[in-house]
Design a protein around this ligand. Structure first.
Ligand code: FAD
Length: 317
């Protein structure tokens, strides 16, 4: 029995959430086979060995360059058979979750999404899931022999445990039915660091007073190699693009560090950031609700604090 891990990529590089999925699968104990679909950098594939994959399969068919859910499902179902895998692990992402559901139906597997921990196996196979946008947890037992686990961001640490492995080409047979939905074009968000993937996010709210003041946040973000985000009113008012809007109705982020500047901390905003490892809040109102969710807080005027913070970080570098 082996564990199959579907690894996602962007711009040829393996996504951090997929490295976490490989590390999680490695911690489960059985031999891990990682599979990547479409165009992926060869070096990035070989490096999957460092995170715990004993074997790496690469289906480089150009039709898989776009994330076509039906086609990805077909390839993963076949790969589970070929690898004699009872467990599929993947990232709980906009691509991973629908693929997970379809693979579970086609293989008769038990499915758990948003999984946050390794299973308890003393009695059955019980995993913990994050529910209600991260405000609660549920324990669920996966009873079928086959299991599909969609792992929540930051649920496992992608640490190096091995060394590079050789990549094996994986031939796929795809039919027209696998491409019943055709992606005609896709618009990629621009910017140096993509928000959903970022390790550090610098986010601004209405307290920034206007689009013309975002320079100090961009400078801080550049210094930290961070992505920029914002609250909903900020994108509604057109100060920032909509793809930067963080929260219940926007992007849900799970960086190592989330820096919130001039954001009050409404529940709908917190729903998108409460999986962050550390939260730093900068707000001039000491009673702003965000401070209750913060690991560190600075009570002060953003226009005073942020440039000083950026200068201090530059000096520390
Ligand atoms: C159905 C629904 C869904 C929603 N979804 C989302 C969502 O996904 N994401 C989201 O963000 N919101 C969402 N909202 C809106 C949410 O309820 C809040 O209204 C919003 O998050 C507030 O944005 P804000 O914190 O930027 O603005 P405000 O609430 O106006 O807060 C501004 C903050 O800036 C501080 N401030 C002012 N000046 C300075 C200064 N010079 N220096 C430092 N601090 C300063 C103030 O003290 C204040 O705390 C949703 C609302 C609804 C009803």
């Amino acid at each position: 029995m082996s564990i199959l891990v579907f690894v996602e990529s962007a711009e040829g590089q393996i996504k951090k959430t997929s490295l976490e999925a490989v590390a999680y699968a490695h911690a489960l104990g059985s031999p891990v086979t990682a599979i990547a679909l479409g165009a992926v950098d060869q070096g990035a594939l070989e490096a999957l060995g460092k995170y715990g994959a004993q074997k790496v399969l690469h289906a480089s068919d150009a039709r898989l360059n776009e994330g076509v859910i039906q086609a990805y499902t077909s390839v993963l179902v076949k790969a589970m058979q070929d690898e004699n895998a009872d467990i599929l692990v993947l990232a709980n992402s906009s691509l991973g979750t629908p693929v997970a559901a379809r693979v579970a139906i086609k293989t008769g597997a038990s499915l758990a999404t948003n999984v946050t921990d390794l299973p308890e196996t003393s009695s059955g196979f019980v995993v913990k899931r994050s529910i209600y946008t991260g405000k609660a947890f549920a324990k669920v037992e996966l009873k079928n022999q086959k299991k599909v686990i969609a792992l929540k961001k930051n649920a496992a640490e992608a640490k190096e445990v091995g060394s590079n492995v050789t990549v094996t080409p994986y031939a796929v047979t795809l039919s027209d039915a696998d491409f019943a939905v055709k992606i005609l074009s896709s618009e990629k968000a621009t910017g140096e660091v993509l928000l959903p993937e970022a390790n550090i996010v610098v986010s601004g709210g209405r307290g920034m007073k206007g689009a013309e003041h975002w320079g100090i946040l961009e400078e801080l973000a550049k210094t930290l190699h961070a992505a920029t985000g914002c609250s909903k009113p900020v994108s509604d008012m057109g100060w920032r693009p909509h793809h930067e809007h963080v929260g219940q109705t926007g992007v849900k982020v799970a960086p190592q560090l989330y820096i919130a500047v001039g954001i009050s901390g409404a529940i709908q905003h917190l729903a998108g950031v409460n999986s962050s490892k550390y939260i730093v809040v900068i707000n001039k109102d000491a009673d702003a609700p965000f401070f209750k969710a913060a690991d560190y807080g600075i009570v002060g005027d953003a226009f005073d604090v942020v440039p000083k913070l950026t200068e201090a970080l530059k000096a520390a570098k």
